[in-house]
Design a protein around this ligand. Structure first.
Ligand code: ARG
Ligand code: ZN
Length: 858
């Protein structure tokens, strides 16, 4: 049965201290837990601890072994019906980390022990109240073989030494009470990169990043990012680090991106290791963001944690907002905003429009792991952003300060968070709270009437939100809509003003508008909504060339391109419009004032998954692909000379720099290459082959390889095999080799993807490799995934069933592309549904997959 928010009850005991002793051994690790427990609630409540896949060896209370009738064990709990009011419970269990391919709890990656406990992995390590509102002080002893020289856990290292034989030990104490999901342990042979940071109050913090032997030079960018993040959090939020040591460990086998364990973050190596030869600019950018994200959790997540998992957005949405703000300061606000909005639309809007739509704070779940979603993270961040817009920066910061002060050391709720802003701003935020409770992307329409005689502009705004599963009717939300006005000639007529649309419909009168204006609405994407306006293409061209709000300048171009592609896909191509668009795009690309990174974004057309979401009819992915390609060809032909010129000008000869400016130049050059590949005549082909062969960093190399893969034929084969030969020994680069092939738009791609599942380098037990091939194909190659034969769907369903046997969390993440079946034309939708049904009736399905498949079918 589902877990419900309304059923929340505090745990009736406090775990004052937690002493853990690990005797590490790959297939028989022993864990002794001594819990100092005090009853805090109801006098007769039994002690019920979580525990799964544990072999219980002994259980004692205050040193007395319990007899069989004094406790009960089932597959998920240890229950002691009668306990004293204050006592020490000691359990000893045995676990098998080597056999653990689910990558939750304690497992092994490349011969190293590591952990991932969020959300509910700790219960596979020992018996414990594995819930975020039980905070305890931990001390940890690790004993292991000398072949595992580094023994790490949370907090401070207080002792270490050797034991009999070839074994040794380490003792760690974490002074900060924490919930079990923040526990971490690592043991292994690792190289370490060390540095230090002096906090604003003058304390020195040792920084250590642990990586696979030989990889130390690839950790320097992460280390640099960490120091910048620490500084930024002091300046932007007044948050200082609190331990003497901050450690990060990179592991190759990891279900997610990274984890904020207190003092010992654990990262997927793809989000930590980078050098110019093996990592792209996008990797550098993500590393900077994720290192910051996990670091920022030290306050938003660790010092103040969640009362229960329904409050997940309290830490995740806020922390994403903080990392996005950091990236904006590091790399430029406009480009960052465009990228964030692109990701939001592609992932979160899609989720909100499908069977898995849920509120940012859901009210029930079967497996919490399924709720680490774009909605909770990205829409959660948008809510904080709107809060800041509505309150203003100063009041926002005051509310944050109060939150940090008042709730430090607590496990709290979204209500308590919002109450801080209500208090410091004096504004009533009760309507605003609906953003947390209501699923679905609001549709906002904006139309206007201009009265030239009276110089009055009337704005008519409306909102509505379509029903989502379990929420048939919707309330109006307070939506901040930032609007500015331009003249027909592109001059600014009126600066941005935020209109708060908080009813189903409202009308705003703006006086003193002296000429017929062009509206620039939802500037900076001021709210996570779908906006429809009565703008004519000519208005959009004004915005595209002149809007001082660069987000909306980009947005105007995207909207123009989208409408052209959708018209063509529907069988009504607007050839004149396409020429006009290509012409305007060319103008934008020669604008001296615009940064290359921004131009690169102008040059990338709406993606195929985005177009699917935006098409009003049930989508035909192949038709969308072909229509998009037709526009690319037109641009490549119309702007051929310009694209080749820019491609040449953006080439850098100097030394590699990961800076945003240098990355922007590479991005523009690669966007030109990508566009030119749509028109692969000899001159372009020679240029692209030259680009690939001369590339000296991974960004340029991938930027050259993908166009050749798209062109197909001999160019593709040669480039792919050269790439493989160069990088066969580098797992992170090989992931790219797999993923690029799964995004191959040529019709034979599914056969190639299936063949790649038999490649010796394909390891389905490694989530990065699996996602590189399988998720990339299903999510980013819609034209081929949605093959009318249904073979793409069958392939994905087979993969889900295979992976579910050993890694339910990662298997569950593969379900989403099939879940969108309602959005596709009926013959495709029926085939997708058929595969979901085939999965649903499979015996021994995990709860994780079962929950998503069931929800997708209803
Ligand atoms: N808290 C981690 C982060 O920073 C992610 C943990 C993911 N865990 C999960 N069960 N999905 O975002
Ligand atoms: Zn997070």
């Amino acid at each position: 049965q589902p877990i419900r928010l309304a059923d929340y009850r505090p745990f009736p005991f406090a775990i004052e201290t937690t002493r853990l002793v690990f005797d590490l051994s790959p297939s028989a690790t022993r864990v002794r837990a001594e819990l100092a427990i005090r009853r805090t609630g109801d006098g007769d409540a039994p002690l019920v601890l979580n525990g799964e896949r544990l072999k219980l060896l002994s259980v004692t209370i205050d040193g007395q072994a319990l007899s069989a009738n004094q406790y009960a064990v089932d597959a998920e709990h240890l229950t002691v019906p009668e306990t004293p009011d204050q006592f020490v419970l000691t359990t000893e269990v045995e676990i098998d980390p080597l056999a653990n391919k689910a990558l939750t709890g304690l497992y092994m990656s490349g011969g190293r022990f590591c952990t991932q406990c969020e959300a509910e992995g700790f219960r596979t390590i020992t018996y414990f109240p594995d819930r975020p509102d039980v905070l305890s002080r931990y001390s940890v002893r690790i004993e292991a073989d000398g072949g595992l020289p580094h023994l790490l856990s949370n907090g401070n290292l207080v002792d270490q030494g050797s034991l009999d034989g070839a074994r040794h030990f380490a003792e760690w104490v974490d002074p900060f009470p924490k919930p079990s999901y923040l526990f971490a342990l690592v043991a292994g042979d690792l190289d370490v990169v060390t540095d230090s940071f002096v906090t604003m109050s003058g304390r020195e913090v040792a920084l250590k990043i642990f990586v696979d032997p030989g990889q130390a030079s690839r950790a320097t960018y992460a280390l640099d990012s960490l120091k910048r993040a620490m500084k930024w959090d002091e300046e932007a939020f007044g948050r200082e680090y609190d331990l003497d040591l901050f450690m990060i460990v990179a592991v190759r086998d990891f279900n997610f991106g990274a984890m904020e364990n207190k003092g010992l973050n654990i990262f997927n190596s793809s989000l930590l290791l980078a050098d110019p030869e093996t990592a792209t600019d996008a990797d550098f950018e993500r590393i900077e963001a994720v290192v910051a994200h996990e670091y920022f959790h030290n306050w938003t997540g660790n010092r103040i944690t969640c009362r229960d998992w329904f409050q997940l957005c309290l830490k995740e949405g806020f922390t994403v907002f903080r990392d996005q703000s950091f990236s904006a300061d590091m790399r430029g606000a406009v480009v960052q905003r465009i990228k964030d909005v692109r990701a939001l639309r592609a992932r979160q809007f899609a989720e909100d429009a499908g069977p898995l739509a849920h509120p940012v704070r859901p009210s029930s779940y079967l497996k919490i792991d399924n709720f680490y979603t774009a909605t909770i993270y990205e829409k959660g961040s948008e809510i904080i952003r709107m809060l800041k817009t509505i309150l203003g920066a100063e009041a926002f910061r005051k509310g944050c300060d109060l939150y940090f002060e008042r709730h430090d050391g607590e496990a709290t709720t979204v209500e308590a968070f919002i109450a801080c802003f209500t208090e410091t701003s004096g504004q009533d935020l009760s309507d605003f709270f609906a953003w947390y409770e209501q699923a679905g992307t609001p549709a906002v329409t904006l139309t206007s009437d201009y009265d030239a005689q009276a110089s009055v502009l009337t704005l008519n705004l409306r909102q509505s939100t379509a029903p989502t599963p379990g929420q048939p009717t919707k309330r109006p939300l307070p939506i901040p809509v930032a609007i500015g006005l331009l003249s027909q000639g592109g001059e600014s007529l009126r600066d941005t003003e935020v209109v708060l649309l908080d009813k189903d419909a409202m009308t705003v009168r703006w006086e003193g508008v002296a000429q017929p204006p062009v509206l620039s609405a939802l500037r900076g994407f001021s709210a996570p909504v779908n906006l429809t306006t009565d703008a004519r293409p000519s208005d959009r061209y004004v915005l595209f060339s002149a809007d001082p709000d660069l987000f909306n300048r980009w947005e105007a171009g995207q909207t123009l391109a989208r409408d052209l592609i959708l018209a063509r896909a529907a069988g009504a191509p607007d050839e004149v419009g396409e020429e006009r668009y290509a012409e305007a795009l060319g103008q934008a690309l020669v604008d001296e004032a615009a940064e290359p990174a921004f131009k690169a974004l102008l040059l990338s057309l709406p993606s195929e998954p985005d177009l699917t979401l935006l098409s009003e009819e049930p989508a035909d992915p192949l038709a969308l692909h072909e229509a998009r390609d037709a526009l690319r060809i037109r641009i490549a032909i119309h702007l051929g000379d310009l694209l080749r010129r820019l491609h040449g000008e953006m080439q850098s000869s100097g030394e590699f720099s990961p800076s945003a400016e240098a990355a922007g130049r590479r991005a523009l050059r690669n966007a030109c290459a990508d566009m030119l590949s749509a028109d692969p005549h000899d001159e372009n082909l020679t240029r692209l082959v030259g680009h690939y062969e001369a590339s000296r960093n991974m960004t340029d190399m991938i930027g050259g390889l993908y166009p050749l893969v798209c062109i197909g034929g001999e160019a593709r084969e040669k480039a792919l095999s050269a790439f493989y030969d160069t990088w066969a020994a580098e797992p992170l680069v090989l992931d790219k080799w797999f993923s690029i092939q799964s995004r191959d738009p040529n019709p034979d791609v599914l056969d190639r993807v299936v063949a790649l599942t038999r490649h010796p380098a394909f390891e389905p037990t490694n989530p990065n490799r699996l996602r590189a091939l399988v998720s990339a194909f299903a999510s980013f190659n819609p034209a081929r995934f949605h093959d009318p034969s249904g073979a793409g769907y069958r392939f994905l369903a087979d993969q889900i069933l295979t992976v579910d046997k050993f890694n339910p969390m990662t298997a569950a993440r593969l379900v989403e592309p099939l879940g969108a079946w309602r959005r596709y034309k009926s013959d495709l939708g029926a085939l997708m549904r058929q595969e979901l049904e085939r999965i649903a009736v499979h015996p021994d399905l995990s709860k994780n997959v079962l929950e998503l498949v069931t929800k997708s079918l209803t």
